[in-house]
Design a protein around this ligand. Structure first.
Ligand SMILES: *Cc1c(COP(=O)(O)O)cnc(C)c1O
Length: 459
């Protein structure tokens, strides 16, 4: 960080405010609150802002920088590929080595029934691709009326019209005429909010059976697929009870419905498995991925296509009229290959499963003793803290008090990125965090919960 960087801060803030439209941002409000924090560099598990503050990145960027910052091996892989072949498409009977090799590696790493990959530039595009594949599959099966895709309230599947339709974020639907036709939503398995009186096992079964109820309501011959994140991420790190996914699987099997696992967050080690669906005993027909596959260094995502769908749509279906200019971008695929190589060499998945997850789980859970915390939960390296006014009744602070965003702001000002979803605080640190970083995260979180409690008490 140079003196110049500090000096430029005011200018940058002003230019940012005047020209740069940020995702999911209230720009008027941001302007009134003094503008954005400007992140200028990063190293390991820390980011640095233009004023020289060092901040522990408890969100791995946006659930993606799993290998941490400053990995020159990934930079070199991109640079080498860009020198050799920066871009070429795979539309017109052409292909190139990085996309071939990455599709081969992903087929190897994914569950046994997966042997094909369709690349995209993002998770949203991956889910749009799934909608296309699902509808094409049933059409080719001679069942064009099997149109309806069932998803869940408060799910996040991206921000394109397809992704936002699959998602269950009402604020996104309200700003556009969404969902698109043929997508319906059932309630989520969020026990802290919806199932406090039931045992976890009973609540899991009850929420899964909402799928069966919806199928019967629509008519089984009209339902095409069910889509879900193994663990809901952006909705607030909602971890379903163990009984949930096996029951969903039973229902999908019974009615012949395709199961799509949106693994944009949960794949590539986040849950201590290459694919999080494995951990829950899911047997998906389609898997969406993005984020961790390139550790966020370049945009990359895709749809893994299981044999059931591939045998119909790819082998027998003629041309699949779908694709993106950047499907299988060579530099992004080269980075993806380098990420997988590092993960293998450093045994990242095994380390998360055997060491980091248990340590994180135990340390993070201690936050449950805090006076304004109603529940702490985690699985793999994602976790959530429920902020409440009253521990025993789980009564929340009034919405207008913005307890979550208050806590988030205290965190970032005290050197920790922790995100707020309403009054739920969530973390998803890089998979390479060491014990000392987890200690730092927990200590800072406690301190910022204290600051939040004190500031709420003053109102
Ligand atoms: C982030 C996310 C997406 C969307 O990915 P983008 O790359 O932002 O388009 C889709 N599904 C899940 C589960 C996600 O977390």
């Amino acid at each position: 960080m140079t003196e110049n960087t500090v000096k430029r801060t005011a200018e940058w803030k002003s230019e940012d405010h005047r020209h740069y439209l940020h995702p999911f941002t209230d720009h008027k409000d941001l302007g009134e609150k003094g503008g954005s924090r400007i992140i200028t560099r990063a190293d390991g598990v820390y980011i640095y802002d233009s004023e020289g503050n060092r901040i522990l990145d408890g969100m791995a960027g946006l659930w993606c920088v799993n290998l941490g910052y400053g990995r020159t091996e990934l930079v070199d892989a991109a640079a080498a590929q860009m020198r050799e072949l920066p871009y070429y498409n795979s539309f017109f009977q052409c292909t190139h080595p990085p996309a071939i090799e990455l599709s081969e590696r992903l087929s190897e790493l994914s569950p046994g029934n997966f042997n094909h990959v369709f690349f995209t530039g993002s998770g949203s595009e991956a889910n749009d691709t799934q909608i296309r594949l699902i509808r094409r599959y049933w059409d080719l099966q001679g069942q064009p009326d099997r149109m309806t895709i069932i998803a869940r309230k408060n799910a996040y599947h991206g921000s394109t019209l397809g992704g936002a339709s699959l998602g269950g974020m009402s604020a996104m639907h309200e700003q556009m005429v969404l969902p698109v036709p043929g997508i319906v939503h059932i309630e989520q398995p969020y026990q802290f909010e919806l199932g406090a009186d039931l045992s976890a096992a009973d609540f899991g079964l009850q929420q899964a059976r909402l799928l069966e109820k919806k199928i019967l309501e629509i008519g089984a011959d009209k339902v095409a697929a069910f889509i879900g994140e193994p663990v809901q991420g952006a909705g607030g790190v909602i971890i379903p009870p163990d009984t949930y996914w096996p029951e969903i699987q039973r229902i999908c099997d019974e009615y012949g419905i395709l199961l799509v696992a949106d693994e944009v967050i949960t794949a590539f080690g986040r849950l201590g498995e290459w694919f999080g669906s494995t951990r829950f005993g899911m047997r998906p027909d389609l898997i969406s991925f993005a984020k961790g596959v390139s550790s966020g260094y370049l945009p990359l995502g895709g749809a893994l296509v299981g044999d059931r769908v591939a045998e119909v749509v790819i082998a027998e279906g003629g041309e699949f009229a779908h694709g993106y200019t950047y499907s299988g971008h060579p530099a992004a695929c080269a980075v993806g290959l380098a990420v997988l190589k590092i993960m293998q060499r450093e045994k990242i998945v095994e380390r998360v499963r055997e060491h980091t997850e248990p340590y994180f789980h135990a340390r993070f859970k201690t936050l449950e003793d805090h006076p304004i915390v109603g529940e702490v939960r985690s699985i793999g390296l994602v976790g959530a803290i429920e902020i409440v006014k009253d521990k025993s009744s789980r009564e929340r602070f009034h919405k207008d008090l913005g307890a979550g965003t208050r806590c988030r702001d205290f965190c970032v000002n005290n050197g920790l990125v922790m995100r707020a979803v309403g009054n739920t605080m969530i973390v998803s640190p890089p998979l390479v965090v060491e014990d000392k970083h987890i200690d730092e995260l927990v200590e800072k979180a406690w301190k910022c919960l204290d600051l939040t409690a004190a500031s709420l008490a003053r109102e």
